[in-house]
Design a protein around this ligand. Structure first.
Ligand code: 13P
Length: 255
């Protein structure tokens, strides 16, 4: 299981330092923890995380190697600043920055080429769900957002690409998708993911995101094809984040 915290544009540097210190207090192995920090904080946070098992990630990167892109950040820069993973295609970037799935695929290819693993976010809006289009929208996003160099049977990128299903209407609202809706969507995504050659490699993990907290995480983790959580608000509370990680450890001990 993977538990990722997405701080978004929220904590001050002082709070970020406190949260990072709290993450180093104990390990939650075999759960993998990832922290998506604001770009200016990557270097100081990577110093604080030190030799801990918490992976550090950026919240976006540019699709080009380098160039005249004022205000943007390249995959190589993230790598140089201590990140080993990058979050791509978050619905806030799709909505606020007009990012298309094709652009996200290009960013993913650039990140993978620079030794960054990628977490690609998918999710439908409330209108799309009400119109009965949720599954179609998410599966279309999945196919168009995956880097094209990830065909069936090519195991080279397995373990380097993670999927996060985050229904837009569940983000920051306190409203979580129902167990049935999460189960159906994760099953649909799992069945569309590139197949591993000979089934030797584990399938790409599919995380759920959207108002995950210490009270609802247990039920979410018990759902088939849920490989962890992408946590926004609750990742800004060290105790809540630890509790979510503990529930993931518990789930892993059962399966
Ligand atoms: P919340 O957990 O605050 O709903 O945010 C989810 C999210 O967008 C994580 O990327």
């Amino acid at each position: 299981m993977i538990i990722a915290g997405n701080w978004k544009m929220n904590p001050s540097l002082a709070l970020a330092g406190q949260l990072a210190n709290a993450l180093t207090v104990r390990s939650f192995e075999p759960v993998t923890r990832i922290l998506f920090a604001p770009h200016p904080y990557l270097v100081p946070i990577s110093v604080r995380l030190g030799g801990s098992d918490v992976r550090l990630g950026g919240q976006d990167c540019h699709q080009d190697l380098s160039g005249a892109h004022t205000g943007d950040v390249s995959a190589a820069m993230l790598r140089d600043c201590g990140a080993s993973v990058v979050l791509l295609g978050h619905s806030e970037r799709r909505a606020n920055h007009g990012e298309t799935s094709a652009l996200i695929a290009a960013k993913a290819a650039q990140a993978l080429a620079h030794d960054l693993d990628v977490m690609i976010c998918l999710g439908e809006t409330l209108d799309e769900r009400r119109a009965g289009l949720a599954e179609q929208i998410v599966i279309d996003q999945l196919h168009a957002s995956l880097p094209t160099n990830l065909p069936d049977g090519d195991d080279s990128l397995h373990g380097r690409v993670m999927i996060a299903y985050e229904p837009v209407w569940a983000i920051g609202t306190g409203e979580v998708a129902s167990v049935d809706d999460i189960a159906a969507m994760h099953q649909a995504i799992a069945s569309e993911l590139p197949k591993s050659q000979n089934g030797h490699k584990a399938p790409l993990p599919i995380l759920y995101g959207g108002s995950v907290n210490a009270d609802n995480a247990k039920a979410i983790f018990a759902i088939d094809h849920v490989g962890g959580a992408l946590v926004g608000g609750a990742s800004l509370d060290a105790t809540a984040f630890d509790s979510i990680c503990e529930l993931a450890v518990l789930q892993m001990s059962k399966s």
